[in-house]
Design a protein around this ligand. Sequence first.
Ligand code: IPE
Ligand code: IPE
Ligand code: MG
Ligand code: MG
Ligand code: MG
Length: 307
Amino acid sequence: MQLPVQYQYIKDYFEDKLYQFALLDQDYIYLAPGFKYPLDSGGKRLRPVLVFAVYLGLQEKLCKIDNHEELELTLSDSPSPLGAALALEYIHSYSLVHDDLPAMDNDDFRRGHLALHRKMGEAMAILSGDALLTAAFLEISRSYRDYPEILGKLTANIARAALLMVEGQVADTVIDSEHLKQPGELDKMIINKTGALLASSFECGGILAGADSRLLLKLRELGIQFGRLFQIADDILDVKGSRDKLGKTPGKDAKNNKITAVTLYGLKEAQLMAAEIRDKCERLLKETGLSNPFFETLLDFVITRNH
Ligand code: IPE
Ligand code: IPE
Ligand code: MG
Ligand code: MG
Ligand code: MG
């Protein structure tokens, strides 16, 4: 399944900046390798792309972009979505570095490479995660210092999402998995561990585009549903995907006795749930003014993706 054409333009733009920004400072010579490794090793960049896409989509500029230069030009207005996009990718990357640790999911591969703890040791993986989380907020504070109102809103939003993500990871990994069989508990865990950062990506795009509080609530709801769809697809891929395409180890959930949409309800039911959530996303795209070919194609990608 193809991604929308603008996805690649935004991803290229973002990665170009990401490599320039990723802690090049002389003060961090020992930390830099561990900090850069997870950022350098691929990934879909979904959360940062969403910040840009929502920001541009709400201004009806997204689908008009048909080359790299046009994107650069359209983004020349300030404040730029870049700071929020970097922060969310840093936090997402830290969450994966820690998720792969032996005390958590114990996975040796991530984004087609050895997981950071396998490459540089557990201590470096823990410390790099600490650094990525902290750097996210340094990035935000630097990027929006001339826009105090936006700075306050983005900081609160991203901090809350990062905390909810940890709440979800605790429910997934630390608490006895039996509790996830109670009605609504699995869904709540998914909404926290995966939905929160995706919802924040939608909301940050909205905050930067000047959305009012009503629209921001709708964007949050859209991000939550998008996150549910995304995680159920991830759980399906854990069963159906290949290591080559996924870049991480398939079959991990069953091996770790995880409760997921697939292990709890079965593959067929999980696929039906995904189709239902997709319909909800469609409705919310209309309600937020984001019903356009980019987001339609992105939904198709999420539901049929192989990586
Ligand atoms: C993986 O996220 C973890 C989940 C929330 C399912 P992604 O599938 O977005 O990972 P990358 O960034 O593309 O590697
Ligand atoms: C999402 O869940 C992990 C985070 C929120 C970091 P998974 O544990 O299923 O993610 P993968 O499959 O390892 O990428
Ligand atoms: Mg996990
Ligand atoms: Mg995992
Ligand atoms: Mg998974």
